[in-house]
Structures are given as structure tokens and as C-alpha cells.
Design a protein around this ligand. Sequence first.
Ligand code: GLA
Length: 698
Amino acid sequence: MPDLRFLPDQRLWLLDTPSTSYAVRLDEDDTVRHLHWGARLTPDQARELAGRIPASGSSFDTAGGPEELGAEGGARFGPAGLQVRFADGSRGVEWRYAGHDIDEGHLAVHLDDRHYPLRLTLHYRVHDDSDVIERWTTVTNTGDPVTVTRCDSAAWTLPHRADYRMSHLVGAWNSEFRLRRAEVPVAETVFTSRTGLTSHQANPWLAVDDGTAAEEYGEVWSTALAWSGSWRITLHRTPAGRTTWTGGHGHEGLTWTLRQGETLETPLYAGLYTADGFGAASRGWHAYVSRHVVEHPAEVRPVLYNSWEATGFDVDEPGQTALAARAARLGVELFVVDDGWFGERVSDHAGLGDWTPNPDRFPDGLRPLAAEVHRLGMLFGLWVEPEMVNPDSDLYRAHPDWVLHTAHRGRTEMRNQLVLNLARPDTAAWAYEWLDRLVTENDIDFLKWDANRAFTEAGWPGNADPDRLWLDHTRAVYQIMDRLRAAHPRLRIEACSGGGGRADLGILTRTDQIWTSDNTDPVDRIGIQHGFSQLFPARVMGAWVTDSPNVATARATPLRFRFHVAMAGALGIGGDLTTWPEEELKEAAELVATYKRIRPAVQHGTAYRLGGDGTLSAVAFAHEDEVVVLAWCPSRPFGHDPAPLPLTLLDPSASYRDTGTGAVHSGAVLADAGMPLDLPPGDHASVLVHLVRVAQEG
Ligand code: GLA
């Protein structure tokens, strides 16, 4: 069971999760040092560890062992997790221990500066159903203004190992979440976003192992930052062999003034240790997200239709009504009208910011379409981009000051748009007001909340502390979403930023799913989904079936393959259904019905990534007595069939019935010799296997 204890004899805190321990020690000089993050420790074992005094380094090295948040000050030469400058110009901190609080699963360790009235509190929280440890920091100033140039949420430290390897996610628009593994260099390696968004280029998830871990074995330490604006994580491997990382919101070069009486609270930075490989790490994160991050864990995500790839900006009531009729026939449960329904938004050149239905396209507003969608038995969803404005809009003409801008500098347009400064109370109030009205007046069940460009010239002329907007903009987005959800309990939100540019635990705390990528090519998606699944569960992974050839890659693939790839997430359809031949509509309806049957397993089950033999990749979902396997073979070199797929997740003592063929298989045989897959010939072959456990073997 989880437990938080203070062992006063060693000035030691011991945090237990169901299968891991985390230990921290207070040094003689009141520095909070890291002791242990890994397998369970008894209090006596933790005491033994605490008794070890780290060898003192040379006069050129950081003194002492790794800290829980290494601040600038004293003999510290690594990346600082806290950097402040006091009003008198003095820098650096010296701590005096000021007590701790333990309250249920929450530990708060307080440190006061020895001279200045500045308090740092290190927070830890553990849960009884997860090995994830949540950490964050608060800094309170009760004196003259303090300039903060860095305030991280946490630093994480690994035990000594022979080697260290990092796993991280990289990408770009249309190619998010690509998993990379590389040896940790003996250097400071920075992972960061300076875009004001979580970013496509790097995701604030990082895993480190000793280079020997694999999908189903090996120790893995992984962390995820719950923040949707700019961020920075610095991984530091020293020549002496220590590996630590420190991370938090904001990128380098920003400063925030902490005025008298103010507290800066960082976002959560969560960490997970597992002894059983990358697969177990992902399953640990998935369970944590389901239990402690998303707000409606018991729900299933509805099968969605989205108009974007079908109609682009050519959105009008007759066209959307025709698509809705076809979508309903396929079994779609949520119909989402994408960009192009408002203002002068007939292309990406105008209209962003003018959030009233375009009268030429929707002469009677959106209500008739919403009513028709509801009459067809579907929920009604709408695309919005509340943080952005086209200069060619009534909003911008009325409020040119509302955008991020800097005196004597241009206003760089990207996708013909500028970023609204939601750190401004008037701009944030405006955004909440129209969103609330829109949802209320049109009976909207679902919003796709997009953010289609990075921040530039992120200033606020006349504001004494302009860099604060890098934090306050993101906080305002959170507040608006939180208020909307409180005011409209049925409302569900999809997070989107040009696809997967805003995917993190912070946005997921107030949204229900993530639009994974604008790239809907199923071959590319296999890799994107593989990376996404390192941290996020299938239930939040928006995945659409779109037209063939694919609009982004021109690759042609069969409908069944497109479905089988998208069925590994929250299934959606995004093709132009008015052009799909009758037999494809029929096949699609059958596949949607199949998805609904396997959906409890996909969305509420436990996911196992199955490697296959190189030509094939697969994922299996286990839920109660069911196991669903989706296997994909994008190409067949030399025409060879893939080897049978070992289903190592199965109970070897059980038997399983294949609901497709009726055949009964032994779990032991399927786990060891593998499941022969009935793949159609050629490239872009896929199969769905649905197994139900039948009986215990004698
Ligand atoms: C972004 C989204 C797309 C679509 C367009 C609309 O690119 O990721 O899905 O909504 O904006 O402009």
C-alpha cells in the first residue's frame, strides 16, 4: 500500500507506491538530497542507504550528491532547477529546513532561504493504485520583488548503472511522436519547446534505462510534464557517471517577477519506475491517465466523424447535412464540423476571431444542423481556435492590442494568423463569453480546440512583467476549459494543435481526447501511434479513417487496413463519404460495428505492443475475458508471410476461442509458438483477432 513516512533518526522521507519506493534525505546543511527511486525498500534498507555519505568531489565539482531540486547557489555547477535574483542584486539561495507536512498521499517539504524571505516547497503525491509519483514546486516570496529565471517542477535521479539510454519523442507537423532511443551523452542534453505550445518537435515525456531494457523486461525510469506551453527538460550525465534530469515550464531566457506575497506554483511533473520494460512503463502511464488525469474514466469515446479532410473550408449546411446522413448510416456517434463555419472563414486568410456562423453558409445559424445531427442520433461537435486571430477579421480590427506583440517589432504571421494574448483578463473574458454562448445556443456536445501556430514576438507592451504571459496564457487556456466544463457538464473537448502539437498530461486533465496528427496515412500512423502509446492510452488517441489515396502522402491503402490501424485508438472517420462507393460504405458500417464490439477492450483494456518479426507490428488489448489483437503488415518483402505472432500476454493455463473462426486455442501455444495470422495477400495487409477466454485447462 502507498505510504509516506518521515524517519526522524535519519532525517529521511520514504514514499511507497504499490511496487516502488522513493527516498529523500535531508543533509546536515539542510539540502534535500535524492536517495532512491526504484524497487521497494524497507525503512531499515532506506536508513542504510541514508548512512552513505557521498564522496566529496574536487574543488572543481558540484559538492554532495544529487538534489531533489538543484538551485543556483554554492558549489553547484549542474543545470539549475531554481534560479532567482533578489531585489538587491544577490543571486543564489541557501536553505534552512522549515518543516514538512504529510497529508494523506501528499508530502510537502519546506525550505526557507537563510537570509531572504523566500520559501521553496517540494511537493510529492502518491496514489494507492499507481506507481506514478507526482511532484511539483511552489516558491513564495514575502519580501521585495524577486526575479525568477528558472523554477522547475522536479529533478529526477537514477541509481548508478553501467550505461544510460534515453527514449524520447520527436517530430514535426504531420510526423509527431516518433520514438527515438539513443545513448545518453556525457553532456547536458536539452529537450525543450520555445513555441508557447507543448510542440510537435519534442514532447515532455522522457524515459531512461541502462541500455538493456526492452518491451517486456528491464528497468525503466520515465517522466512526463503536465504542461501545455513552453517547457524545458535538461538531462545531465556527468563524466563521473551520474544521470539526473530537471524540468519544468518555460524555456530559457524568460524571467518572472515574484512580487511580495506571491506564490509561483509549477505544473505537475510525474515520474514512474518500472522493472518490467517499456511495455510495463506504458501500461503504468495508461492506468495513471485513466485513473487520475482524464475526468470521465468510465466513458467510452464515441465513434466520431470530422469534416476536415472531406470539405476543407467548404463548409455549409447542405454539405454538412449530407455528410451527417451518411455518417449516421455508418454508425457514427459524434458528428464534428471542422474549420470554415464562421465569419469570413472561407480560407485560412480571414475570419479567425469572428465566432458567429457565416450567414451565406448557415443562413439560420448552426441550430438547424445541430438539430438534424441530434435527430440522426449523433452528438454535435464543432471546431474552434480560441487563441488565434486572422488580421483580416472584425476582432483584430477592433482589438489590435489583444495579440502577442512587441514594441518596434513586426507581427510575424504564420498560417496568416496571430496569437491572442489570453494572459490579458479582457481577452480571456471575451474568449470564455463567446465559447459559453456558442455551446449554450447551439446545443454543442463537443469542441475540437485547435491552436495552429507557435508564439512569436510574445510581448505585452506596457506590462511590467511581460514574460509572465508565457505561463499565464497557458493557465488561461486551462481556466477557460475548466470553466466551460463546469458550466456544461455534458461538454467533451478534443485537444488539437495542428494535429498533435499539444499532447501532454496538463491538457488531458481538462480534455477527453487528443487529435494525434493531421497525418492520417495508416502506414505513417503505425509509427506515430507507437510513439503516442508510450505515454497515452488508446482511449485518448483520436484516429480517423480517411480517403485513399491519402491526402498527405498520396499512398493508396485498402479500407480494411485504414480501419484496422484507426481501431487501435478512439475511432473516427474523416473521409468524403459522398464519394465512397456503396460497397465501401457497407464495409465501413460493418467495421464500425466491429469496433463498437471491441471498444471496451481497446479503450478500457490493458495494451500490449507486440513486436512481431519486423515486417509486422501489432497491439493487443486485454480486458476481462477478452483479448483483441490488431496486426498490421504495411509491406511484404519478397512476398514472405510474417511468422506467427507470439501472444505473450495470454494466460498459458487458459484456452481462448477466436470469435472470428470459432477455433479454440491454448494460451500456452499462442504465447510460445505464436498465433498464425490470416492476412490477406500483398502489402497493407491487416487482421483483427478477437479472443475470448473459455476455460481453465486441467
Ligand atoms: C489543424 C487541425 C486540422 C484541422 C485544421 C483546420 O490543422 O489539426 O485537423 O482542424 O487545423 O484549419
